[in-house]
Design a protein around this ligand. Structure first.
Ligand SMILES: [Zn+2]
Ligand SMILES: [Zn+2]
Length: 142
């Protein structure tokens, strides 16, 4: 019988067809199912993100990948920018550095369009006040 060290509890056990000792078999199975479930929902995560999302050790995720129990295309392949195809730096947004900066600049521009310049808005405010005063004085007048 081949002897192996259980990757979960580090105990030596008789290695059969399973990669972990009999004590850890059910834990291994539930971790595997959790990882599978995360991968089905979020297929673009890397090993580290899968580990976080599934609340499982990163080593366990990597071991299962090595064993071919789970597969994820994006782990071996870098995440690309959804706008220009350059390597993405923001995995959640799928954007590269340049596009991220462009997006931020666009967002800032969009915000600045909404706001009126302070000088003009003050003038508009005053005009409105004057209009109101005029209306009020007209209403007061018999
Ligand atoms: Zn074990
Ligand atoms: Zn880009």
């Amino acid at each position: 019988m081949p002897i192996a060290t259980c990757p979960r509890c580090k105990r030596v056990f008789d290695k059969g067809s399973i990669p972990v000792c009999p004590k850890c078999e059910s834990d291994e199975q539930s971790d595997y199912e959790r990882i599978r479930e995360v991968l089905e929902r979020l297929p673009h995560l890397n090993a580290e993100e899968i580990a976080l999302e599934a609340d499982i050790d990163r080593d366990t995720v990597l071991r299962m990948l090595e064993q071919g129990l789970i597969q994820n295309v994006s782990i071996n392949q870098q995440i690309k920018c959804g706008r220009c195809g350059a390597p993405a730096i923001s995995i959640s947004k799928r954007l590269c550095q340049a596009c991220l900066e462009k997006m931020n600049a666009e967002a800032a521009l969009a915000q600045s369009k909404v706001k009126l310049p302070p000088k003009k808005s003050a003038q508009v405010g005053e005009t409105m006040m004057n209009v109101r005063k005029t209306i009020q004085s007209k209403r007061k007048a018999p």
